[in-house]
Design a protein around this ligand. Structure first.
Ligand SMILES: [Zn+2]
Length: 307
């Protein structure tokens, strides 16, 4: 989807004019999706039955800012993203470029959501956009300043029938949205959720640790938090993030399941055979997702419709 907003100035530096088209999400993510898709089509979780040529683009950044962001995005790719989509277990170190790259995803997506009118919250997002711009500029200038960012690598789990068929294929799509959250005796605050293939990212205006008093849940959250420099573990767990976003997982899974042709026994067997012949699971990731969903769909009594 292309958005031509005719902005006079770059949304980040507010000085130079923007170039006509830049990706809201890094181009390497779209490349990964195209390369690994079994059919040469992209689909977004918001409209799973509508094939798209390319990801969201808009005229937001000047050439210089675009270049700065490409640099940190590339660091994010090498330090974290490549390991996540290869589903390579282990602990991977990263530096502040990763924080800047993730922050820039939320900053650009918030602008995009404001322009297309898809925000769900009741609080004005204008202040948040200004805040994200300041933090991103400070971080790009070496000041490493961001609010609470979390990253949760996701992987298939055909045993856990929590979200119904469609969930595993949802893991491979792009999704992003914002909502406001209320803690007792606090003003509502914004939470942004960007799901890349196999990686859930969360931005929160307040630390998510404030949502729970459960010690082990806080510990899980601390393990998922993006620090100035730190390490990301694959796989990792956060009960709070999964519960916070669970409604969306259920809804999107159902949308995806509803828009895809159910697999026949023969197709399931064919996919099984193909996966077993591939020593590299990376090459069959979409097949694995389809197979996991078919397994869940075949055992419908173990999950609850529209829960
Ligand atoms: Zn600029």
């Amino acid at each position: 989807m292309k958005q031509n907003t005719r902005k006079a100035k770059c949304i980040l530096c507010l000085s130079a004019p923007p170039i006509p088209e830049s990706h809201i999400f890094p181009a390497f993510i779209v490349r990964w999706m195209k390369k690994n898709a079994p059919v040469n089509q992209l689909r977004w979780s918001q409209q799973p039955n509508k094939p798209e040529q390319d990801a969201w683009k808009a005229d937001y950044l000047c050439a210089e800012c675009e270049q700065k962001l490409s640099k940190v995005e590339n660091a994010f790719k090498q330090q974290i993203y490549d390991h996540v989509v290869a589903r390579r277990p282990g602990t991977f170190r990263y530096d502040e470029s990763v924080g800047a790259a993730v922050l820039s995803l939320f900053f650009r997506h918030l602008q995009f959501a404001m322009d297309v009118g898809s925000l769900q919250g009741s609080v004005s997002p204008a202040r948040l956009l200004d805040d994200l711009r300041l933090k991103l500029n400070a971080t790009l200038n070496g000041g490493a300043d961001w609010a609470s960012l979390y990253a949760l690598p996701l992987d298939f789990d055909p045993q856990a029938h929590r979200y119904g068929p469609g969930y595993n294929q949802y893991l491979l799509t792009l999704d992003a949205y914002w909502f406001d959250y209320c803690l007792p005796e606090h003003d509502p605050f914004w939470i942004g959720a960007v799901k890349l293939p196999l990686l859930q990212l969360v931005f929160s205006e307040r630390p998510l640790e404030e949502i729970t008093t459960n010690g082990s849940h806080r510990k899980e959250l601390a393990g998922c938090r993006i620090e100035k420099s730190g390490a990301m573990a694959i796989p990792s767990v956060s009960t709070v993030i999964m519960e916070l976003l669970g409604d969306n997982y259920v809804r999107r899974s159902a949308e995806i399941h509803g828009s895809l042709q159910p697999l026949s026994e023969r197709q399931v067997q064919k996919i099984r055979d193909e996966i077993s012949k591939h020593p590299d699971p990376y090459a069959t990731v979409f097949h694995e997702a389809a197979l996991a969903d078919a397994q869940i769909a075949g055992a419908e009594d173990t999950w609850v419709h529209g829960e």
